[in-house]
Design a protein around this ligand. Structure first.
Ligand SMILES: *[C@@H]1O[C@H](CO)[C@@H](O)[C@H](O)[C@H]1NC(C)=O
Ligand SMILES: *[C@@H]1O[C@H](CO)[C@@H](O)[C@H](O)[C@H]1NC(C)=O
Ligand SMILES: *[C@@H]1O[C@H](CO)[C@@H](O)[C@H](O)[C@H]1NC(C)=O
Length: 320
């Protein structure tokens, strides 16, 4: 059965990820370098797919998050607003499939502070945290506006908690929700956070966190949780709100919300992360506000949840 997770906060909640098994097929595992930005002469890597989606009339709220199920070619979009559908399911081709809103909180409602796992058809299968109650506890797990999560193929879960101010935590859980490690302190030093907003994992075992309030990206060893370094130099104007890698692992794609900008940063090879180097960027129109994004592992397409423009747009690689 398809499964995916929705991360719910009081003022925000995010559809953050998904793992899959198709319910119908009953099968498949869903499965530089100085102390300033080095803006190399930019390569153009991606272009907007203007024909996507085929049914934009389904965007009826603030589209704040998107998750790709590349194996099945599906896209889950979460939007907030009153009396609307909260989760929209599209195909990667841009066709609308279905939507639901039961058990998904309203963003200003009183049932936030949870992380919810759904089947691909919208059945709620797991809730972490206490609905409506923000908290700092680890046993049981209590959240305060968890911002995003990332689930590996192994089922391990990385959570950034997040957007509320009470907690500034990066938590790794096993697939049966045992805590494997945690960094939980607010602050500006190594392994401390101020609004950790997005998290992803690369193929060489490193965890990348958009530490938005501190205007930096921090990197950790995924097995031990050991701090490996931080990038500050690319984000002096505004902190990163979303991080994802391109499928070839060459670039880290970073969204900057208020600047309405996407940056493509060179992904460092195994080992020291060095300094941050911007290779390419996409400047969106003012007030588009790219909030969170996800990347199709199969096609390399980037889907960007634009909370200001109230839409999701698709960017496709020029070379593949
Ligand atoms: C669910 O969506 C429908 C529109 O499709 C809307 O009429 C209804 O009010 C929504 N329910 C909630 C709880 O938002
Ligand atoms: C976290 O630390 C930052 C400064 O690093 C401070 O501005 C903020 O108020 C702190 N938040 C909490 C919840 O203590
Ligand atoms: C974006 O701007 C809004 C409104 O000025 C502000 O509340 C928010 O903190 C800003 N976000 C970031 C990531 O700078």
């Amino acid at each position: 059965m398809a499964r995916f997770w929705l991360c719910a906060g009081c003022t925000v909640f995010f559809l953050a990820f998904l793992i899959l098994h198709s319910r119908f097929s009953g099968s498949s595992v869903l499965r530089e370098f100085i102390f300033q930005i080095s803006w190399r002469s930019e390569e153009i890597l991606y272009k907007l797919d203007v024909g996507w989606p085929k049914h934009s009339e389904y965007f009826t709220g603030a589209t704040f998050c998107v998750a790709v199920d590349s194996l099945n070619g599906l896209l889950y979009i979460a939007q907030r607003g009153d009396n609307i559908q909260k989760v929209l399911v599209f195909t990667e081709d841009g066709y609308f499939l279905r939507a639901w809103n039961y058990t998904v909180d309203t963003p200003h409602g009183s049932f936030g502070h949870t992380i919810k796992k759904y089947s691909s058809l919208g059945d709620l299968v797991q809730v972490l945290g206490t609905p409506g109650k923000k908290g700092t506890g680890l046993n049981p797990l209590q959240f305060d506006n968890p911002a995003e999560l990332y689930v590996e193929d192994t089922g391990d879960i990385y959570i950034v908690d997040g957007d509320g101010g009470l907690n500034n935590r990066l938590i790794k859980l096993s697939q049966d929700f045992l805590m494997l490690w945690l960094h939980g302190e607010n602050g500006t030093g190594p392994a401390k956070f101020n609004i950790p907003h997005s998290v992803t994992v690369d193929s060489s075992g490193r965890v990348w966190v958009a530490d938005r309030g501190n205007k930096r990206i921090q990197v950790f060893d995924k097995d031990t949780g050991v701090w490996l370094g931080a990038w500050n130099n690319c984000f002096t104007e505004e902190g990163p709100s979303s991080v994802r890698f391109t499928p070839d692992g060459k670039y880290l794609i970073v969204a900057q919300l208020n600047l309405s900008r996407l940056l493509f940063v060179a992904a460092p090879p195994v080992g020291s992360i060095g300094y941050c180097s911007v290779i390419s960027s996409i400047q969106l129109a003012d007030q588009v506000l790219p909030h969170l994004l996800d990347v199709s592992g199969k096609t390399g397409a980037i889907y960007v949840a634009e909370i200001g423009a109230k839409q999701v747009q698709k960017y496709v690689p020029l070379k593949s």
